[in-house]
Design a binder for this molecule. Structure first.
Ligand code: MCN
Length: 792
C-alpha cells in the first residue's frame, strides 16, 4: 500500500522512470509491418515559380514507390492548411488568408517550402530518389525583413495581399491615447527588434501514417502537442476524413516549446500518402530540416512611446509593430502578435490609455507562430524596456518608477484598457521579494568589485504579467466557434480502487503524469502510485485541446478536479446505500466515506469494489461502475506575474556578457508540485536568456537563405552560460480556477529577456548606451563599445 502524495508535495516525476531508462516510446521508435520511408523535397529558394517537375528519374530509382507533388494534391481536391484563429482589422474586415497548400502549387515562398514527397522502401532509397527529382524553378527576388516587405516595390508574396500586409490590426482607444500624449510632461521613445527564434526541441518532428482498407481507418502517429486538434483540422478541413475513421496518436514527445502545436503539412501529406501507396509511411525530420520547416517564433520590429506626467506616472502607451508571418499563415500565426500581444501591454501598471497597432506581414521566411510565451514575452519586452528608458531620461530610480505605477494588491480585480481583467495579483509583493532575494542593496559593492577587474556590472529589472490558461472559449475566435477551448478529463476507478485518468492535455516534458496524479491522490485519498494518466491518443481520450498557453493545469487540471468531485458524489450515493444512511449524512475525507457523527465508514477501495457489484443497489437507482467525465471552460485567463532581476558583467575587451546572478519571484497561484514549478521556471528563464544573449535566426535579404540553419550557427544557451538561479514563488490565488492555480509553463520566458537586456544597458549606461537589441552577442556589444567613448 503506497502513500497519498497530494497537492504541494514534490515527489520525483513518475514519467522519468521510463525516460531515464531508455524506455520512452517516441514516434521514431515505432515500426509498422510493411512500413515505407518518406522524404520531403523542399525548396532551396526563398521565392520562385515552379515551372515544372520531372519525376521520371526519381520514379525509376531503386526502391522508389511514389512521388507526390502539388499537382496530385490538386487532382485529389484536397484542402488548404487551415489557419485556426482568424483576426480582423479595426473595421472588422477579416485578414487576408491566402491558401497554404500541403505541397507547393505553382510557387514556393520560403526555403524549406515543401515541393514533393518521395516514398521508397528505405530512407536511403527515398533520399537517393529525391536527389533525382528535377524541379525547374524561375527564381524571384526574396524579401525577408518586415521593414523591407512593406516598402513600395518590395517582392509580393501573394497577388491579392498588397504590400504583403495581411491584416492591419489595432486595439485600444487611439483618441484617448493621443489626447494623453498632448498633456504629457515627458515622452519616452524606443525602437526595437524582437529577434526571430527557432524552437529546437530535443526530438525533431516525425510522423507515421497507416491506412487499413478493411475498416477504412487511418492512424497517424505524430510529434504533436494536440492530437485531437490535428484530427479535427486535418481530418475535417484538409483531407476530408470522417473523425471516427481517423486516430491520431502523439506518444512520448521530446519537447515542443510551442513548435509542435500546429497542424503541419507533413502530417497531412503522410496520411494522404499512406492510402495512396496502401502501406504505412514514416518520416523523421533531421535537425537541419527542422530549422527550415518547424515554425519560428517572435520577429517583430516595434516603435513604442510612453507618455508620463512630471512625477513619472504613466499617462498613455502607444505601440506600433510590424510582425513577421513568414511565407504563409500557420495555425495560430496571426493571433500571436495581436491577441496575445496587445492585451498584455498594460503589464502590471495602471496606465489608463493604451493603443496598439500591428501590421501582420508576409515575407519569404519559414512561417512564424507560437514559441514559448508567444506574444507575451514580446509585450513584456517592449514595456519593460521603455519603462527603463523613461526612468533614465527623467532621472527617476528604475524600481521607484515601477512602484509609482504598479497596480496595488487591493485594486484587484483590475480592468485594463486593453480588454483583459486581471483577477488577482501582487506585483509589489513579487518586487519586494525579488529585491531582497537578489540582494540589490549590496549591488554597489559588487559593481565596484567588477570595476576593479575592468568589467562593467549591471542590474536589470522586469516586472510582468501573463495571460495564460488558453482559453475561455468566448475569447477563442474562430477556433472556439469550431470546438471550444475547454478541456476534458475522465476518471476511471477500477473495482480494486486504482485509477486511470484520460485527459485531453498532452505531456511532453511538463510532468503531468506526476502533478495530475497528485491531484487525484489528494482528492480521492488513493495512493499516488495507484494513479495513471493517459493522454495523447484520440481513441483512448474522448476529447482534448492539448497543451500550449500554459493551459494544462488551469484548464485540464480543473476538468480533472471536477471529475474527481463527480466520483466522490457517486461514491457517496453508494456509501449511503451500503451504510444505510441518508446521502446528506455521508462525508468523504482522507479516502473514507463515513456517516457523520458515527464510526461507521467504508474505504474508497471498498466503495470502488461495491460500485461494480450488481446486487448492491438496483440499476434504476444507480448504474454500476465508477467512472466520471468532466469538462471545464475557464471564465477568464489566469494571470501569473512576477519580478525577475538579472545581474550581468560585461567584458569591454571582448564584448562578452556574462550572466552572474538571476532571481525570479513569480506568482503562479497554488503550487501543485514545487519541484516541477521550479523546473518549469528554470527552463523558461533559460529560453528567455537564450533570446536575450545568444539565439537569432538570420536570413539573407534577397536570396531568402537561412544563414543560421544549424546548431553551428544558431547559438543555443548551454548550462555553463548560466548561474544557479534563485527562484521562489509569491502566490495570490486565482479567484476562478478550482484549486486557485495559475499557469507556470511560460512565465520564465516572459519575464527574462527584458531583465537581461535591462541589465546589459545598465552596465553600459555610463557610456551613453540607451538600448541594445537582442541578442546581445559579444560582436554587437563590442561594436557598441567601439562607438561609445570608453573611459581609459
Ligand atoms: N504546475 C504546478 N503548479 C502550478 C502551475 C503548474 O505544479 N501552479 C505544474 C503543472 O501541473 C504541470 C507543469 O507545472 O505539470 C506546467 O504546467 P502549466 O503551467 O499548466 O503548463 P502546461 O503543462 O500547459 O505546459 C505548457 C507550457 C508551454 S505553453 C510551453 S511552450 C512549454 C512549457 O509548458 N513547453 C515545454 N514547458 C515545457 N517544459 C518542457 N520540459 N518541454 C516543453 O516543450
Amino acid at each position: 500500500m503506497g502513500n497519498v502524495i497530494g497537492i504541494g508535495a514534490a515527489p520525483k516525476r513518475k514519467e522519468d522512470q521510463r525516460f531515464l531508462t531508455g524506455r520512452g516510446n517516441y514516434v521514431s521508435d515505432i515500426k509498422r509491418p510493411g512500413m515505407t520511408a518518406g522524404v520531403f523535397v523542399r525548396s532551396p529558394h526563398g521565392h520562385a515559380v515552379i515551372r515544372g517537375i520531372d519525376e521520371s528519374a526519381a520514379l525509376a530509382a531503386p526502391g522508389v514507390i511514389a512521388v507526390l507533388t502539388g499537382d496530385d494534391v490538386k487532382a485529389d481536391g484536397l484542402g488548404s492548411l487551415p489557419c485556426g484563429w482568424g483576426i480582423s482589422d479595426a473595421k472588422g474586415v477579416p485578414m487576408k488568408e491566402p491558401p497554404f497548400p500541403m505541397l507547393a502549387q505553382g510557387k514556393v515562398r520560403f526555403v524549406g517550402d515543401m515541393v514533393a514527397f518521395v516514398i521508397a522502401e528505405t530512407p536511403e532509397q527515398a533520399n537517393a530518389g529525391a536527389e533525382l527529382l528535377k524541379i525547374d524553378y524561375e527564381v524571384l527576388p526574396s524579401v525577408v525583413g518586415v521593414l523591407e516587405a512593406v516598402r513600395p516595390g518590395a517582392p509580393q508574396l501573394f497577388d491579392d495581399v498588397p504590400n504583403n500586409i495581411c491584416c492591419d490590426w489595432e486595439l485600444g482607444d487611439k483618441a484617448a491615447v493621443e489626447s494623453a500624449f498632448r498633456k504629457a510632461a515627458h515622452v519616452a521613445k524606443l525602437s526595437l527588434v524582437n529577434n526571430r527564434l527557432i524552437g529546437n526541441p530535443m526530438e525533431p518532428r516525425a510522423a507515421i501514417a497507416e491506412y487499413e482498407p478493411g475498416t477504412d481507418r487511418f492512424t497517424l502517429w505524430t510529434t504533436s502537442q494536440f492530437p485531437h486538434v490535428v484530427r479535427f483540422l486535418m481530418g475535417a478541413l484538409v483531407l476530408n476524413i470522417p473523425q471516427h475513421k481517423l486516430r491520431v496518436v502523439a506518444p512520448d514527445v521530446g519537447g515542443g516549446f510551442g513548435v509542435k502545436q500546429f497542424h503541419y503539412g507533413e502530417e497531412a501529406v503522410i496520411t494522404w500518402a499512406a492510402k495512396r501507396v496502401k502501406r504505412p509511411v514514416k518520416w523523421v525530420a533531421s535537425r537541419s530540416e527542422g530549422y527550415v520547416s518547424d515554425r519560428h517564433g517572435r520577429d517583430h520590429v516595434t516603435e513604442a512611446e510612453l507618455a508620463l506626467d512630471e512625477t513619472g506616472k504613466f499617462l498613455a502607451f502607444r505601440v506600433k509593430t510590424l510582425a513577421n508571418m513568414g511565407g504563409y499563415l500557420s495555425t495560430f500565426g496571426p493571433n500571436i502578435p495581436t491577441n496575445l500581444y496587445g492585451p498584455l501591454l498594460g503589464g502590471v501598471y495602471t496606465t489608463p490609455a493604451i493603443y496598439c497597432n500591428v501590421k501582420v506581414v508576409f515575407t519569404n521566411t519559414v512561417p512564424v507562430d507560437a514559441y514559448r510565451g508567444a506574444g507575451r514575452p514580446e509585450a513584456t519586452f517592449v514595456l519593460e524596456r521603455i519603462v527603463d528608458v523613461a526612468a533614465s531620461e527623467m532621472g527617476i530610480d528604475r524600481v521607484e518608477i515601477r512602484r509609482r505605477n504598479m497596480i496595488p494588491k487591493e485594486a484587484y480585480p483590475y480592468q485594463t484598457p486593453v480588454l483583459v481583467q486581471y483577477d488577482s495579483g501582487d506585483p509589489m509583493g513579487c518586487l519586494d521579494g525579488a529585491l531582497a532575494a537578489a540582494d540589490v542593496k549590496n549591488f554597489g559593492v559588487r559593481k565596484a568589485a567588477s570595476a576593479s577587474k575592468g568589467k562593467f556590472r549591471g542590474l536589470g529589472y522586469s516586472t510582468y504579467v501573463e495571460a495564460c490558461g488558453l482559453a475561455p472559449s468566448r475569447f477563442a475566435g474562430r477556433l472556439g466557434a469550431r470546438g471550444g477551448l475547454y478541456e476534458s478529463a475522465t476518471v476511471r476507478v477500477h473495482p480494486t480502487g486504482q485509477v486511470t485518468v484520460m485527459i485531453g492535455t498532452h505531456n511532453h516534458g511538463q510532468g503531468h503524469e506526476t502533478t495530475f496524479a497528485q491531484i487525484v491522490s489528494d482528492k480521492l485519498g488513493v495512493p499516488f502510485e495507484n494513479v495513471d494518466i493517459v493522454f495523447g491518443d484520440t481513441d483512448r481520450v474522448q476529447f482534448g485541446m492539448g497543451t500550449y498557453g500554459s493551459r494544462s493545469l488551469v484548464v485540464g487540471g480543473a476538468a480533472l478536479s471536477k471529475a474527481t468531485d463527480k466520483v466522490i458524489a457517486k461514491g457517496k450515493k453508494i456509501a449511503s446505500h451500503l451504510l444505510e444512511a441518508a446521502e446528506v449524512d455521508i462525508q468523504f475525507e482522507s479516502g473514507k466515506f463515513s456517516v457523520a457523527g458515527t464510526d461507521r465508514s467504508k474505504t474508497f477501495e471498498e466503495i470502488a469494489g461495491a460500485a461494480y457489484v450488481p446486487h448492491n443497489y438496483p440499476l434504476e437507482v444507480l448504474e454500476p461502475g465508477l467512472e466520471e467525465q468532466a469538462y471545464y471552460d475557464p471564465v477568464n485567463f489566469t494571470y501569473p506575474g512576477g519580478c525577475h532581476i538579472a545581474e550581468v558583467e560585461v567584458d569591454p575587451e571582448t564584448g562578452t556578457v556574462t550572466l552572474i546572478n538571476y532571481t525570479a519571484v513569480d506568482d503562479v497561484g497554488t503550487v501543485i508540485n514545487p519541484m516541477i514549478v521550479e523546473g518549469q521556471l528554470h527552463g523558461g528563464i533559460v529560453q528567455g536568456v537564450g533570446q536575450a544573449l545568444f539565439e537569432n535566426a538570420v536570413y539573407d535579404e534577397g536570396s531568402g537563405q537561412l544563414l543560421s540553419g544549424s546548431l553551428m550557427d544558431y547559438c543555443m544557451p548551454r548550462a555553463d552560460h548560466l548561474p544557479m538561479m534563485k527562484v521562489a514563488t509569491h502566490s495570490t490565488l486565482c479567484t476562478h480556477t478550482p484549486m486557485g492555480v495559475k499557469g507556470c509553463g511560460e512565465v520564465g520566458t516572459i519575464g527574462s529577456p527584458a531583465a537581461v537586456i535591462n541589465a546589459v544597458v545598465d552596465a553600459l549606461s555610463h557610456l551613453g548606451v540607451t538600448h541594445v537589441d537582442m541578442p546581445a552577442t559579444p560582436n554587437r556589444i563590442w561594436r557598441l563599445l567601439q562607438n561609445a567613448s570608453l573611459p581609459v
